[in-house]
Design a protein around this ligand. Structure first.
Ligand code: ZN
Length: 160
């Protein structure tokens, strides 16, 4: 007689799984307890048990949709830009009203900043943290947006 849980054709025993009496093989019997009278097997029980036994396959799609725009080296970019501007983490924290512990985690790459924080950091440090935008803008727009030329930016970086 086939096992009602895994379908293996072997000798089965009656056990109660999740309140439903079923004929199952020895290895599936451990998911239930020995049959008690008055309980009836349900047609949906097998599907239900299989669902419980199945490994979770939760999709990461929603998560990655929200965050995949963020560059992978966001922490390094924040740290380098901050150092180039001679700012302490606590200065950045004060400027954008964020805990320095949070900023430290972001620089370490152990915490992804949310959209709001990304915008604040981008504005304050004049960097780009999203892949949808060009990491380094062409010189003209870079200078116009920040008051610095790309040449100045490279000089500042080299000094450190
Ligand atoms: Zn089985």
């Amino acid at each position: 007689m086939p096992c009602e849980v895994c379908g293996k054709n072997t000798s089965t025993r009656r056990v109660v799984i999740d309140g439903v009496e079923m004929s199952v093989c020895v290895s599936c019997a451990k998911f239930g307890k020995e049959s008690a009278p008055g309980q009836v097997a349900g047609a949906s029980a097998r599907a239900m048990i299989q669902q419980i036994m199945a490994k979770p396959t939760r999709s990461q799609d929603i998560y990655s949709k929200i965050t995949d725009e963020l560059v992978s080296d966001y922490g390094q970019r924040v740290r380098e830009a901050r150092i180039a501007k001679h700012l302490e983490i606590k200065d950045v924290g004060k400027a954008i009203n964020e805990k320095h512990t949070v900023l430290l985690k972001i620089e370490e790459g152990s915490m992804r900043p949310n959209d709001e924080l990304v915008k604040k950091l981008e504005r304050l440090l004049e960097i780009k943290l999203k892949t949808t935008e060009t990491p380094i803008a062409p010189q003209r727009t870079f200078g116009a947006a920040s008051g610095m030329t790309l040449g100045d930016f490279i000089k500042v970086k080299k000094k450190d």
